[in-house]
Design a protein around this ligand. Structure first.
Ligand SMILES: Cc1cc2nc3c(=O)[nH]c(=O)nc-3n(C[C@H](O)[C@H](O)[C@H](O)COP(=O)(O)O)c2cc1C
Length: 198
């Protein structure tokens, strides 16, 4: 299967550092790799309503933002969460998109989990803090979500910046962007699955 990357932009502003960094990384993808970019602020998703234990979730029509996101997610071999670090995790827009995955898991006949298994989740994020380790909760959110879904995880490309454009001064991030998507993306595992027996 030729690869198709879906970039899900989750910033609350246009053309911010996260998108700039994601575009730098995407420039390195070979020409035969598809790219689709969806800005969640242009496709506002409804609040997630938890019907899992009351009734089946129904497939959202393709002409709605939610249906568009579902179709785009199913079409992608690689999903790139391009969200800034907000409160040490993903943005609310991004979290809402991920919450809807829980509904999609319950759409009869969709087989969302089985279809997502083996695909790859990646993260790209800008943050104002200079010590990148404060983004560990963000990376954990994506890694564990990938593990739950049986997906591969390519890690998170982090760049420093506060105001738009700052990340272009983070030479380390720009260097990492050049090879980010060429990295191995092993199947994600929860820590308890890989911990050595004591
Ligand atoms: C609501 C909000 C929460 C934020 N939380 C964090 C944070 O927890 N850690 C941090 O280092 N920066 C934080 N920031 C700063 C942003 O991550 C930073 O400005 C980043 O460059 C924004 O990305 P963008 O330009 O792609 O929108 C926060 C900014 C906002 C607006």
């Amino acid at each position: 299967m030729s690869r198709r990357f879906l970039f899900v932009l989750g910033s609350a502003r246009a053309e911010g550092n996260t998108e700039l960094l994601a575009r730098r990384a995407a420039e390195q993808l070979p020409d035969d790799v598809g790219q689709r970019w969806i800005d969640l602020s242009g496709q506002p998703l409804p609040d997630f309503e938890d019907l899992r234990h009351d009734s089946d979730h129904v497939r959202p029509p393709s002409d709605t933002p939610l249906g568009l996101l579902l179709d785009a997610t199913l079409e992608a071999t690689d999903i790139v969460i391009a969200s800034p670090v907000y409160w040490y995790s993903v943005s609310a827009q991004t979290k809402r998109y991920l919450d809807h995955w829980s509904g999609w898991l319950r759409i009869p006949g969709l087989d969302f989990k089985a279809r997502m298994a083996g695909r790859t989740l990646w993260g790209v994020a800008a943050l104002a803090h200079e010590e990148l380790s404060v983004a560990d909760p963000y990376a954990g959110t994506l890694r564990y979500s990938a593990a739950y879904m049986g997906m591969r995880f390519g890690g998170v490309l982090l760049g420093n910046g506060s105001k738009p454009g700052d990340v272009l001064n983070d030479t380390g991030a720009l260097t990492r962007a050049k090879t980010f998507f060429a990295q191995d993306a092993p199947l994600a595992r929860f820590p308890y699955e890989t911990a050595d027996a004591a």
